[in-house]
Design a protein around this ligand. Structure first.
Ligand SMILES: [Fe+2]
Length: 312
């Protein structure tokens, strides 16, 4: 019979001195073992074979051994809702649901900038009942764009990193109310190991390796107040922040928080590998006790159209 935390506490102070008790604790910790997938930037659309590509990636997830307990979709589920008609938006969601249907596991989604209906221009009126985030919340997320959940002793916080901007339509930021909620949410999780998920990166070196080491990233590349989020991650000992948006595979470790950008299911928007070096794929995370390990898994997509892309 497995030992519970209560059993261990009842054993009392002997645990501090007995190697036998220490090994029981180790067994108890090792029981907390699970796998999940961070599946980001699908950009599904009827063109370029994208629907078949997502279906192929889903099959690869299902073939993983051990099979993941759940999947976190990292945003940009559809090619774009910012500047499309209602009909085009509906078509993309239909493809999305069809491609993800075989997944026999819970799906936890975060919102991406391309998942917001009508913020990109004059195609949709603000009076449309589905305007803004309402469409993706109703048609995919099933709930508000930021929230948290617990799984097997780990705490997961999903952020809404896309905010309105009068000039560009949207920007990467965490609004003040959400920042306060994040502080409280992480505090409530106490000693549980914590993971935060954000579509727009909290921390990234993308501009440095694509443009130049002194180039400042814009607020459509990185959260404009990522520093505030990073401070909370440090304060609450967040183990990892899972990011999307730039379609690259990257791991920045700062003060024991890993800021991991998880590539893209669509690679370079279904036109080959991102920057010529980041293939189509998704991130697989394995948890053993309080330890987290990550690997990027390709699913073997061959783009039908290739675009000339800068090398990474
Ligand atoms: Fe994207």
């Amino acid at each position: 019979m497995p030992f519970t935390r209560r059993d261990l506490l009842q054993i009392g102070t002997a645990a501090a001195v007995s190697p036998w008790i220490a090994s029981i604790e180790s067994i108890a910790r090792q029981e907390r073992r699970f796998r999940f997938v961070h599946f980001s930037d699908l950009h599904i659309q009827p063109e370029l074979g994208a629907t078949q590509g997502v279906a192929m990636a889903v099959k690869k997830v299902l073939d993983l051994n051990p099979r993941p307990s759940f999947i976190v979709t990292g945003g940009d589920h559809v090619m774009d809702l910012l500047s499309v008609t209602r009909g085009r938006a509906d078509e993309q969601f239909k493809d999305l649901h069809e491609a993800l249907k075989p997944l026999e596991m819970p799906i936890h989604g975060v919102i991406g900038n391309h998942d917001v209906f009508g913020w990109g221009g004059k195609v949709v009126l603000q009076s449309d009942a589905m305007y803004g985030k309402k469409m993706v919340e109703e048609k995919f997320l099933g709930q508000r764009a930021f929230r948290s959940f617990a799984f097997s002793g780990w705490h997961f916080t999903l952020l809404d990193s896309v905010q309105p901007d009068p000039k560009t339509g949207w920007k990467g930021a965490i609004d003040q109310a959400q920042l306060e909620w994040l502080d409280t949410d992480l505090a409530k999780a106490g000693d549980m190991p914590k993971i935060v998920v954000s579509h727009v990166p909290v921390m990234t070196l993308f501009s440095q390796y694509t443009e130049g080491t002194t180039t400042a990233p814009s607020n459509t590349l990185i959260l404009e107040n990522g520093r505030e989020v990073q401070k909370l991650c440090y304060k609450h000992k967040v183990r990892a922040v899972l990011q999307g948006h730039t379609h690259v595979v990257e791991d920045c470790n700062y003060l024991d928080t890993q800021y991991i950008t998880g590539g893209a299911v669509c690679g370079d928007w279904w036109k080959g590998w991102r920057l010529g070096v980041h293939p189509e794929g998704f991130m697989v995370y394995d948890i053993i006790g309080n330890q987290l390990s990550a690997k990027y898994v390709q699913y073997g997509w061959n783009a039908k159209v290739h675009q000339t892309s800068a090398k990474g």
